[in-house]
Ligand binder design. Structure first.
Ligand code: G1P
Length: 318
């Protein structure tokens, strides 16, 4: 059986949800406390035993390449000033087996993945989306690789989401659960409205795929949003070979929208050795202030209603 050695990280999206910050900067470089989101993804790949990583980039994405390259001037400066801890942090991101290819037009996730065809060749591989940061004892990518070792088949990470959110995700129509958290799948549907969603099990940005997906992607018609959807190609792959869904039970942080990004920053801040104590105290104090503010507002509203009532009574009597 071929070992899973390669991962691809699509990073060509325009990041419109974070404008104006992403006008001239890659959204993948936005930091969670002090680490760019894409570094979390690369670390998950490496901690899972992935050897080669292809990042699919586009316009304004040069900082991603620079981030994973050496910066001789900076390194020299840190060495001279004996800032060895910082030097270590900077050096951690150098010398990885990273490759880059550009997607020239935003034609969808399916099209982005198709750009990895030559890199992947005839091997199973992993797709990791940058909007989802995963936290679990065993990295999610490794969980998918372990499933592959047993099933020799594609498997896609899924997680339950609130029913009203199905239109934000690829959703599966699960068949039998064949092992703890492993499902056969009847259908994969991209972004169905809640009324049409076959379940609440959503695709969450980690895929282990067999190379047969490329032939399908080459002929895949645009789907939802008029883009070539990876979910549609996976649904077609499932018609010729088994594609399983693996339910993720760890913690998922969605850094793809503003509120998710803010929540993730707070959660990681509360674990970060340099800021966790201060941040915890700040949040507690802030919560008290907000509570007091809300109470004050509520009292003012009640007073206002009472005043109106008194006024009404007065008018009636006159
Ligand atoms: C993409 C996929 C979708 C998946 C989601 C996970 O959507 O198309 O199937 O559920 O990622 O984050 P996007 O968030 O890029 O719109």
């Amino acid at each position: 059986m071929t070992k899973v050695r390669k991962a691809i990280i699509p990073a060509a999206g325009l990041g419109t949800r974070f404008l104006p910050a992403t006008k001239a900067m890659a959204k993948e470089m936005l930091p969670i406390v002090d680490k760019p989101t894409i570094q979390f993804i690369v670390e998950e790949a490496i901690n899972s035993g992935i050897e080669d990583i292809l990042i699919i980039t586009g316009k304004s994405k040069r900082p991603i390449e620079d981030h994973f390259d050496s910066n001789i001037e900076l390194e020299q400066n840190l060495r001279e000033k004996e800032k060895f801890e910082l030097l270590e942090l900077v050096e951690e991101t150098i010398g990885l087996n990273l490759f880059f290819v550009r997607q020239s037009y935003p034609k969808g996730l399916g099209d982005a993945v198709l750009h990895a065809k030559a890199f992947v060749g005839n091997e199973p591989f992993v797709v990791m989306l940058g909007d989802d940061i995963m936290d679990d004892e065993v990295p999610l990518t490794k969980q998918l690789m372990d499933r592959y070792e047993k099933t020799h088949a594609s498997n896609i990470a899924v997680m339950r989401v609130p029913h009203e959110d199905t239109s934000k995700y690829g959703i599966i129509d699960p068949e039998a659960q064949i092992d703890d958290g492993l499902f056969n799948v009847k259908q994969f549907v991209e972004k169905p409205e809640p009324k049409d969603a076959p379940s609440d099990l959503a695709i969450i940005g980690r895929y282990l795929l067999t190379p047969e997906i490329f032939e399908i992607l080459e002929n895949q018609e645009p789907g939802a949003g008029n883009e070539v959807q990876l979910t549609d190609a996976i649904d077609n792959l499932n018609k010729i070979q088994r594609v399983f869904a693996h339910e993720f039970k760890g913690q998922r942080y969605d850094v793809g929208d503003k509120f998710g990004f803010m929540k993730t920053s707070i959660q990681y801040g509360l674990k970060h050795t340099q800021v966790k104590d201060e941040l915890r105290q700040y949040i507690k104090d802030l919560a008290k202030d907000l509570e007091a503010e809300d109470n004050e507002k509520a009292i003012e509203e009640i007073e206002e209603v009472l005043k109106e009532k008194v006024e009404e009574e007065k008018n009636k009597k006159q």
